[in-house]
Design a protein around this ligand. Structure first.
Ligand code: LLP
Length: 423
């Protein structure tokens, strides 16, 4: 038995006061489902803007939105309008950021295996920082700069050897990693020397990202300590601490706010005697709890002695996180948001495999019926962006809602889209 969905998991501008209607940004979720179809990503635009502002304020403007968490042209535009720089990790993300008219110098380019084409693109677009990840990349970039007569502003990605206490797949601060130059092994020091010998590479400082969905500020402070000690002799202008702040997905979880996270990092920098500008790259904490996904219930099947399966019209193609990381989510009925959720069911998608589970133990009210609209909160990060077309299921539309009006920022895919690249 679970109580009504808790307010803390819903976007800031959610109104559950009537019980029978759930409004986000003044828009009724059941009406949105009717108008735009399901599955549907619904983002509270004011919530997005307020998290961007919180981050910009907390890091004194030195903060890039990690676009991998959720990117479309309108999101890039929004983050930039709110004063954020943009962190991109591929040519594709860079393309969208530029298409949204984000100036090159406001973009940070990442990637552990950037292609020549991507490096060329970064130079051509004049990105503000290229975060260099390996010796091979240093060679490639050096050569490209020599050939084209431009110089590159770079940060070196280092792995501080810090355990982030998160899922193995999203843990990146440890030494045994595909990312960056390890500090302990001396590779980071060697990379600094290597960059300093190049007339084409301007070294602005260091970058580290210890992992994602981290609930505790302590590993960040630890990483700062390692970086500060390493950087002390060099007097770099910038130190980037990456992203990684966690968010609560289910009842009972708690995470620091962006402001608290920033204060802990800046405090650790101060204590460690860091004089350089300190920047960061939050993704999840900007967008995750800004959105809910709406689904239509299509089938309810009771398997005697086992469980009830509730199937919805999306699944692992719009939210692969449960399958990939065993991530937990909650669900509720927007038409009965105060209802006690008495029944535990398995919420599954429409894909042709048993692993297609959205919530292993989902609590729902006992009057749930076929045709109901179900919402899963905290689906704003790494859902749409990691979505797929598995089974040629069409990718959902995305709407931003505010002041009682929805605006579609990504259209639902069509069957024609599925064969656009077929020859
Ligand atoms: N900076 C760098 C260099 C990163 O690699 C990442 C995330 C971020 C910033 C943003 O981290 P955030 O603030 O969003 O935690 N797909 C996984 C998350 C992978 C994160 C990868 N890197 C998930 O769904 O949990």
């Amino acid at each position: 038995m679970a109580g009504p969905i808790i307010r803390g998991l819903l976007p800031d501008n959610t109104d559950i006061s009537s019980g029978e209607r759930t409004l986000i940004g003044g828009c009724d979720l059941v009406e949105l489902a009717k108008e735009f179809g399901t599955p549907l990503f619904v983002y509270d635009e004011i919530h997005l803007r307020s998290r961007c502002r919180e981050a910009v304020e907390a890091f004194d403007g030195n903060v890039a939105y990690a676009t991998k968490a959720f990117l479309c042209t309108e999101m890039a535009r929004l983050a930039y309008q709110e004063g954020m720089n943009l962190d991109v990790a591929t040519g594709g993300e860079l393309f969208i950021a530029r298409r949204a008219d984000v100036p090159g110098e406001r973009i940070v380019m990442h990637g552990n295996n950037k292609s020549l084409e991507e490096l060329n693109m970064a130079l051509r677009e004049g990105v503000g920082r290229i975060v260099v990840d390996s010796f091979n990349e240093l060679d490639r970039l050096d050569q490209l700069c020599a050939d084209s007569g431009v110089s590159a502003k770079i940060l070196l990605r280092v792995t501080p050897g810090v355990e982030a206490h998160t899922h193995e797949f999203v843990s990146t601060g440890q030494e045994d990693s595909k990312f960056g130059f390890t500090v302990k092994s001396g590779l980071a020091a060697e990379a600094v020397e290597r960059v300093r010998r190049s007339p084409h590479l301007e070294l602005f400082g260091l970058h580290a990202h210890i992992g994602s969905q981290v609930f505790d500020v302590e590993p960040f402070a630890k990483a700062v300590g390692v970086l500060a000690e390493f950087a002390a002799p060099f007097d770099f202008p910038e130190l980037s601490v990456g992203g990684g702040l966690g968010v609560p997905y289910v009842e009972g979880e708690a995470a620091p706010s962006i402001k608290d996270w920033a204060e802990a990092i800046l405090d650790a920098c101060k204590k460690a005697g860091v004089k350089s500008l300190v920047s960061s790259e939050p993704g999840r904490s900007i967008v995750a709890s800004a959105a809910v996904t709406l689904y239509t219930v299509g089938t309810i099947k009771e398997v005697p002695d086992y469980r009830t399966y509730v199937s919805v019209d999306g699944g692992m193609s719009d939210n692969p996180r449960p399958v990939l990381y065993g991530s937990g989510y909650e669900t509720f009925l927007p038409r009965a948001n105060q209802a006690t959720r008495q029944n535990v069911v398995r919420l599954v998608g429409k894909h042709c495999e048993s692993g297609d589970v959205l919530i292993k133990e989902a609590w729902v009210p006992d009057d749930l019926v076929v045709g109901d609209i179900l919402a899963t909160p905290v689906t704003g990060a790494y859902g749409y962006s990691m979505g797929s077309n598995y089974n040629q299921v069409l990718r959902p539309a995305v709407v931003f809602v505010s002041d009682g009006s929805p605006r579609m920022v990504v259209a639902r895919e069509s069957y024609e889209d599925l064969i656009r690249r077929d020859i």
